[in-house]
Design a protein around this ligand. Structure first.
Ligand code: GLU
Ligand code: ZN
Length: 497
């Protein structure tokens, strides 16, 4: 038989936006498939009809595509495999590996309390009652009373779970619906999965999965068709790797509510897929030569090793991701940068009126923008002054550096005078020199003298490099704006009036 090529799977539940932790899990699976010539399977674990939504499924597919990690196989849908789970349930039942239980949660708790047992969990009450199936009874999996279940984990070594700490868990709900462990393991067997690479949050569930796997193997359900024996090493048991959890600045597990965890929002903010994938690769792993932090997916495929993954929590550092994205933007060919900006320059949300956009002007401005922005969504606010008839004044900027600066009027007047004589030499270099002279005259550092000029022309205190911006805007519009702002300021007006 030829050696088995790895078959890995990414098995998200479509219960919300695509989480950065899921994206990292998908990436590490994808890397293993790509570096071995194996297969990357996508399985949608959508058995929970109440929490699943079709739009989240679309979100998963779109995000994977955006990240360049389309699946080789699938998406399989658990919701379409119910018949198969019921086959497995019947087989396990017939082999005596499940038992029916009609106890309610409250009944179990009350019995535990009476017996002085503080650890919650099922007390085994119905194990020997041989209750028939049906009548709304759940089916529990009979777990061993003693010994340990070992999870051999590539990242963490052997993790031992004493069987005494594991109760007879519910595998099938009273309604007949299979629960996570059953569907998950049946699928991993049917899909001949060789490596289970998933988040650390699932580690406590893995001993149950292993017991389920062994039980199914003992009745002939194996990836390679061989029949194992209960308790004996199971043929075809996959390799496990539980990836370290992602934490925030406070070293707390990333919270869906408080932390920015939706991959979609990064895409919409103008992160580049390549930068995002690069950053994901650093969450729990680093390349062997260690100093390289910026690397391509191709390099990652070459360098990645599952057993080099770390077992301590990984800090999801948005500031670092942002910085890395800026580096990727600066490394682009300007033509590619211009193309990448396109989605942010069109559509309903652009700040300039229809027809206001001027391609040539944008292209002239692009090189300095590329030096400045960290994410592409910052681009419109950097160029809107070029495409608006009059700049959109930011009230706070005006209050601070115009109305709130007694020298602002004099600086504007001096700039009008100095720039007025530049008409035939309207370049960023001569504008720079002229502004230096204005600053000197006002007894200011260049940076401080720029503020009123920048606000008069762009509407804001922050923006693109000023002299390049003025050059692209042209002498006529620049002088016109300086004059209007100077007049407004002299009249004591504020831009909102
Ligand atoms: N569907 C599970 C989840 O989204 C993951 C299952 C697995 O990877 O085994 O948490
Ligand atoms: Zn019971």
């Amino acid at each position: 038989m030829p050696p088995l090529l790895p078959r890995v799977r990414f098995a998200p539940s479509p219960t919300g936006y695509f989480h950065v932790g899921s994206a990292r899990t998908a990436l590490f699976n994808w890397l293993v498939a790509r570096q071995t010539g194996g297969t990357f399977v996508l399985r949608i674990e959508d058995t929970d009809a109440e929490r699943n939504r079709e739009e989240w499924v679309d979100g998963i597919l779109t995000a994977l595509h955006w990240l360049g990690m389309d699946a080789d196989e699938g998406p399989y849908r658990q919701s379409l495999r119910m018949d198969r789970y019921h086959e497995a349930i019947d087989a396990l039942w017939d082999a005596g590996l499940l038992f029916a239980c009609g106890c309610t949660h409250d009944e179990v708790t009350a019995r535990n309390k009476e017996a002085g047992i503080l650890t919650p969990g099922y007390d085994g009450h119905c194990r020997t009652l041989a209750l028939p199936r049906g009548e709304g009874r759940a089916l529990r999996f009979r777990t061993p009373d003693e010994g340990v279940t070992i999870v051999p984990d590539v990242i963490r070594g052997d993790v031992e779970f004493p069987c005494t700490a594991m109760d007879d868990f519910v595998a099938v709900k009273g309604s007949g619906a299979p629960l996570f462990v059953l569907a998950n393991v049946v699928d991993d067997i049917d899909m001949a999965i060789t490596h289970i690479i998933r988040g650390e949050d699932l580690l406590p569930t893995t001993p149950r999965c292993i017991l389920m796997w062994e039980a199914l193997a003992s009745i002939g359900w194996t990836t390679d068709g061989t029949v194992g024996e209960l308790g004996a090493p199971t043929p075809g048991m996959p390799v496990f790797a539980h990836l370290p959890m992602l934490v925030n600045e406070a070293r707390k597990k990333l919270s869906k509510r408080k932390d920015p965890v939706a991959v979609e929002s990064y895409r919409d903010e103008g992160y580049l897929a390549e930068a995002f994938v690069n950053y994901l690769g650093l969450l729990g792993w680093s390349p062997p030569n260690d100093e390289a932090e910026v690397f391509s997916a191709a390099q990652m495929i070459e360098w990645f090793a599952l057993d080099d993954v770390n077992n301590s929590p990984a800090f999801f550092d948005v500031a670092k991701l942002r910085h890395m994205n800026g580096e990727y933007i600066r490394a682009m060919h300007t033509a590619d940068f211009i193309d990448a900006c396109r989605p942010w320059l069109t559509g309903d949300s652009v700040p300039w009126p229809e027809g206001g956009f001027d391609e040539e002007v944008f292209v002239a401005m692009a090189p300095v923008l590329q030096e400045r922005v960290a994410v592409l969504s910052e681009v419109p606010a950097m160029v809107d002054f070029l495409f608006l008839d009059t700049p959109e004044f930011d009230p706070e900027s005006w209050a601070k550096a115009m109305a709130g600066d007694e020298a602002a009027g004099a600086i504007l007047d001096a700039a009008i005078g100095a720039y007025g004589s530049l008409a035939n030499d309207w370049t960023s270099a001569s504008l720079h020199a002229a502004t230096l002279a204005v600053a000197e005259g006002a007894g200011r550092k260049l940076g401080k003298a720029q503020a009123p000029i920048r606000i008069a022309v762009t509407g804001r205190r922050v923006g693109p490099p000023l002299f390049e911006a003025l050059e692209v805007l042209g002498s006529e519009r620049t002088l016109g704006r300086l004059r209007s702002a100077a007049a407004l300021l002299a009249a004591g007006g504020t831009p909102s009036e």
